[in-house]
Design a protein around this ligand. Structure first.
Ligand SMILES: C[S@@+](CC[C@H](N)C(=O)[O-])C[C@H]1O[C@@H](n2cnc3c(N)ncnc32)[C@H](O)[C@@H]1O
Length: 367
């Protein structure tokens, strides 16, 4: 069932899948845009908005019933610790968010996708609609969902300038994401060179979502596959995918798109930045020759050793044997009871002070 495109109705197809079998769902459902007549650009040419038949519903009740049905099917197949992302515009996101909460989903975040290149409001009759909203949710409040925090930080180019980023500045990823809509060579075209799909999402958006909220090898499902952007980015990041799409044409183009995608072996794909470093003790470092019993421990600016390393891994300071965190706080005379010793202590190596944190990294690398 994995790494597959299913050509069918998403509700029926999801109902065939085993309960609790999917790690991550991304859903880009029909928005029910309610666009009537033809949209014209300033100069009078027709604009290719979303007027597709799959986006047509007669009444709000019909749209609500459809939304409830597919979100319920997603709820059943999602693993207890899995999570779901749903994207929508102002036309549908309030209906979707309300129904999600009625079903029992627990909302984690809503994200504003701020479009760098939005479609203008051609008539100038209201605000230019320059964002879409994503809801990120779990099945319950207690779900231990995947969040690759450091990977998210690494991918944050929204609140860090290009110059800062190149200098190594990384900031916590926020809930406003600045990305362009899908354009250029990324946009799939049909045989007549027209846009294949009116609402193809940018790869950057799916790449980020999958990288930060799933693990390598996880199963990612998209009930409204379209051009298969989700499958493409899942494959690139080494996740398994299940894509459902009702229109045969999109499935065919999507299949060819997926065949061209290669898996990347990157720190982002494997969430290597989020791997927990091996815990090591000072005693282990002495045992393996990275620290020496009896050697002096210094602060960054001290000329003489402040404390002495005992074979127990503790520090001898003023005739007291203390763990290095407590000792750092006491020897510095700060209010805090403990300071992280790895940030404060140094040892002499080749006549120069070297931080204990660096010595620990050398030890870790040797393991
Ligand atoms: C908003 S588009 C998804 C676009 C997609 N995210 C992409 O990047 O190309 C929604 C898609 O859902 C499909 N669709 C609508 N209702 C469906 C249903 N009940 N079952 C399966 N697919 C459906 C439509 O054919 C359309 O391609």
């Amino acid at each position: 069932m994995e790494n597959k495109i299913i050509n069918g109705n998403s509700i029926e197809e999801m109902n065939k899948l085993p309960e609790g079998s999917v790690d991550l769902i991304f859903a880009d459902p029909p928005y029910w845009m309610r666009v009537d007549g033809s949209l014209k650009r300033y100069e009078g040419t027709a604009f290719d908005g979303c007027m597709d038949k799959w986006d047509r519903f007669e009444t709000l009740a019909e749209y609500e019933a459809f939304t409830r049905e597919w979100l319920t099917a997603c709820y059943r197949i999602l693993k207890p610790n899995g999570s779901i992302w749903v994207i929508g515009g102002m036309q549908c996101i309030y209906t979707i968010g309300s129904i999600m909460q009625q079903i029992g989903y627990w909302l984690i975040n809503d994200v504003v996708w701020y479009k760098k290149n939005p479609t203008p409001n051609f008539r100038g009759s209201r605000l230019n609609n320059s964002h879409e909203t994503l809801i990120w949710a779990t099945k319950s409040r207690d779900a231990k969902f995947t969040f690759n925090y450091k990977t998210a930080k690494e991918l944050n180019t929204d609140t860090v300038t290009e110059e800062e980023y190149s200098e190594g500045v990384r900031k916590q990823l926020g809930s406003v994401w600045k990305m362009a809509t899908c354009t250029g060579s990324e946009r799939l075209r049909d045989k007549s060179d027209n846009k294949l799909h009116t609402t193809q999402k940018p790869e950057e958006l799916l790449y980020r979502i999958i990288a930060i909220s799933s693990k390598y090898g996880d199963v990612v499902l998209d009930p409204f596959g379209g051009t298969m952007t989700t499958g493409a980015m899942a494959k690139k990041l080494g996740r398994r995918y299940i894509m459902i799409e009702r229109e045969k044409k999109y499935c065919e183009y999507g299949k060819r798109r997926l065949e061209r995608i290669k898996e990347e072996n990157s720190d982002i794909a494997r969430a290597r930045l989020d791997e927990k470093p091996v815990r090591v003790s000072v005693k282990d470092m002495i045992k393996n020759g990275f620290l020496v019993e009896g050697e002096g421990f210094y602060f960054k600016n001290s000329r003489e050793a402040v404390a002495k390393l005992d074979k127990s891994g503790k520090l001898l300071w003023n005739d007291q044997l203390l763990d290095m965190h407590l000792c750092a706080a006491m020897a510095k005379g700060v209010k805090a009871k403990r300071l992280n010793g790895f940030d404060h202590w140094y040892v002499l190596r080749d006549g120069k002070l070297k931080s204990i944190a660096d010595v620990r990294e050398e030890y870790r690398a040797s393991l």
